[in-house]
Write a protein that binds this ligand. Structure first.
Ligand code: GAL
Length: 679
């Protein structure tokens, strides 16, 4: 499908506002009140039908659409558009009793029971045909309904169930392997089956990596992860194809789950008209806003910087953590503005009206149990009014001149068992790098390993454990042509089959980095290693041997004392840094040096805790300032922003300094810069 995305994600103008609406949980009299209150709150779109399968199709050949007809008519009459779900994420009891093979099976052989949701095997033909039948019925009936603005395919693929080990999945896996390898010889080579007598005579002998006596073949596991992402994607595409055929004029999306390990979102995003995300930062985590920012940057990056949609977040507490802390007054507003600051064109929630029954009855809602008297409701109304003032932002873009390479295949390979250290987890390696950039007010974009890198001043790879030679070549050419590249430890170790590169790490990056790795030297838990600069490493160090690279920092304690820790290599007209250890937050000093050399300037100077980003669009340039701290702050408008502007949230001029209360925010439409200084 190819829908014109800008200036609006959907045909609904402005910034979308609303949430999941589950009217089947309520008597119909309540719907009228819902529609009236939605209007009062400024809601422009609601997601309907996500878990309505049993209600829409009460039996194999009975359908009940009348209630949905009435609901959509009602919403339309109140000016509320609909993101209509295909309702396929929770198959009804009658369907799974008729075809028990729909229920997924774990690696230990346990068949998961009906009684929750997402209880389906991605490879089940019965599930697939029933899901497509329902999708078709909905598309035929509602493609031309005036309330329809967006199709919501399924719900959170990969939530709860990401894999199934039943015989049908095994057969599907074998088909997938046949497509990938063609012959059993090619597979034997790729999987390294000479090891531990794992040789296969035919592809038919292969099974999924079920629970086994000891470590399972790592390439089998890597291929299994690839297959599981593809198997769910195949289901998604099948639903999408039905919609594309029957409802070609309405965009379709499925709600991603931020940086989720099981699904390779680079591949998935190619099949989305627009990227949408469900994000649940934890109010109890003082760094939650940094993780959220990282996830929002990823969502924006997945479609090359196009606006995206925050499709779900909690208005206050969730119900699925061991302890569910609410959002203090003003926090949901600030965190929502943060998504806008990072390129979202819509702010939606789970859910509109709080449930009285079921597993989520303690989950917050835009309209809480206490109704319009509740604190939450006041925030719902206030934020709706805020968003109404920000409509001109829709379609504007966030840009970045620093890229971070993210490769799901590398992530999967990195976190396999039987490595030098089990502590090397991609999110933990990435987070300190991202945090340092966030604190430096340097906006980044994520890129896949095969991305065109030439447009970036700097490219960062906190880890690229699995690295294909052709991807390494791109990085090498980028550096050679004048780029600035910073690479983290345990990178360039294995190829696409998870085989160690010839000669060891950093494999095909050896020329660009100008060094080789003699031995990995993980750090025992709770120990640290000092560097000459004063930085401290945990988790990981390496015995590296510089060939052309110069040493920038040296290990000052531990078994590698006196050996190089951080290096810099000139290759062609560019520079490649190698950080051979896990520096945690001390990575900031290295990044600052590398980025300064690359000519990357922070967006502006602001007090600690103030996040700053810029969106640029047809109607202007918008500076977002968000105070995540618990003290009032004052941010000087300098450099490109010295001319000040108008704070769209208050309508007041913003000049000199922007003062923000704790959890305060400003969205300044910046006056054109008389010196034309803005970059
Ligand atoms: C999401 C899900 C919603 C709801 C929400 C609660 O993962 O898509 O249906 O369960 O979590 O936080």
């Amino acid at each position: 499908m190819n829908h014109p995305a800008p200036p609006h994600l959907t045909r609904v103008p402005g910034i979308l506002y609303g949430g999941d609406y589950n009217p089947e949980q309520w008597p119909e009299e309540v719907w009228a009140e819902d529609a009236r209150l939605m209007r009062k709150a400024g809601v422009t779109m609601v997601t309907v039908g996500v878990f309505s399968w049993a209600r829409l199709q009460p039996g194999p050949d009975s359908w009940d659409f009348d209630w949905l007809d009435r609901l959509l008519d009602l919403l339309h009459a109140h000016g509320v558009a609909v993101d209509l779900a295909t309702a396929t994420a929770s198959p009804p009891a009658w369907l799974v009793r008729a075809h028990p093979d729909i229920l997924p099976v774990t690696a230990d052989g346990v068949r998961l029971e009906f009684g929750s949701r997402q209880h389906y095997c991605p490879s089940s033909p019965h599930y697939r045909s029933a899901a497509l039948r329902l999708t078709q019925a909905l598309a035929e009936r509602y493609a031309d309904h005036p309330a329809l603005a967006l199709w919501h395919i399924h719900n959170e693929y990969g939530d709860h169930v990401t894999e199934c080990f039943c015989p049908r999945s095994a057969a599907h896996f074998r088909d997938w392997l046949r497509d990938r390898y063609g012959t059993v010889d090619a597979l034997n080579h790729a999987w390294g089956t000479a090891f531990w007598s794992q040789h296969y005579r035919t592809l038919d002998e292969i099974e999924p990596p079920r629970t086994a006596p000891g470590p399972v073949n790592p390439t089998q596991l890597l291929d299994w992860r690839r297959f599981c992402s593809d198997a769910l994607l195949a289901l998604h595409r099948a639903e999408r194809d039905v919609l594309a055929q029957l409802s070609p004029d309405t965009p379709a999306t499925t709600n991603f789950m931020s940086m989720l390990k099981p699904l390779d979102y680079w591949t998935w995003a190619q099949h989305e008209d627009l990227v949408s995300d469900d994000a649940y930062p934890d109010p109890a985590d003082p760094h939650a806003h940094v993780t959220a920012s990282l996830n929002y940057d990823l969502m924006r990056s997945l479609k090359g910087g196009k606006p995206w949609l925050l499709l779900e977040q909690a208005p206050s507490a969730v119900s699925w953590r061991p302890v569910n802390v609410p959002k203090k007054p003003g926090l949901q507003r600030l965190w929502s503005l943060q998504a806008l600051a990072r390129g979202a064109d819509g702010i939606m929630y789970f859910q509109w009206r709080a449930s009285r029954a079921g597993a989520e009855k303690y989950h917050s809602a835009l309209l809480p149990h206490r109704g319009t008297r509740a604190r939450g409701w006041q925030e719902t109304v206030r934020f709706g009014a805020d968003l109404a003032r920000l409509g001109e932002l829709a379609g504007s873009r966030v840009t970045a001149d620093v890229a971070i390479v993210l490769d799901w295949h590398s992530w999967w390979a990195l976190e396999a068992d039987d490595h030098p250290s089990a502590r090397m987890r991609w999110p933990d390696l990435l987070r300190p790098w991202y945090t340092a950039l966030h604190a430096r007010r340097t906006t980044i974009t994520f890129v896949p390993p095969d991305a065109e890198l030439d447009g970036y001043r700097a490219v960062l790879a906190p880890n690229l454990h699995l690295l294909r030679p052709e991807h390494a070549q791109r990085i090498t050419a980028y550096v050679h042509g004048g780029g600035h590249f910073v690479c983290g430890p345990f990178s360039g170790v294995v190829d696409g089959h998870d085989h160690i590169h010839d000669g060891g790490a950093p494999g095909p990056l050896r020329t660009a980095l100008g060094l080789s790795v003699d031995e990995f030297w993980p750090v025992p838990d709770a120990q640290t290693v000092r560097l000459t600069s004063g930085a401290e490493a945990t988790l990981w160090t390496e015995w590296i041997v510089p060939e052309d690279a110069e040493t920038v920092d040296t290990y000052a304690s531990g078994p590698l004392a006196g050996r190089p820790a951080v290096t810099r290599n000139t290759h062609g007209s560019g520079t490649a840094w190698y950080v051979s250890c896990h520096l945690g937050h001390d990575i900031g000093a290295v990044l600052d040096r590398a980025l300064t050399a690359a000519g990357v300037r922070p967006l502006l100077d602001a007090p600690e805790g103030v996040e700053a980003t810029v969106r640029t669009g047809a109607h202007g340039t918008y500076l977002f300032l968000l105070n995540h701290g618990d003290r009032p702050t004052s941010t000087p408008l300098a450099g490109a922003y010295a001319a000040g502007g108008t704070d769209l949230l208050t309508g007041q001029p913003a000049h000199g300094h922007v003062h923000l209360e704790p959890l305060g925010a400003a969205v300044v439409r910046v006056h054109p810069d008389p010196q034309g200084e803005r970059t």
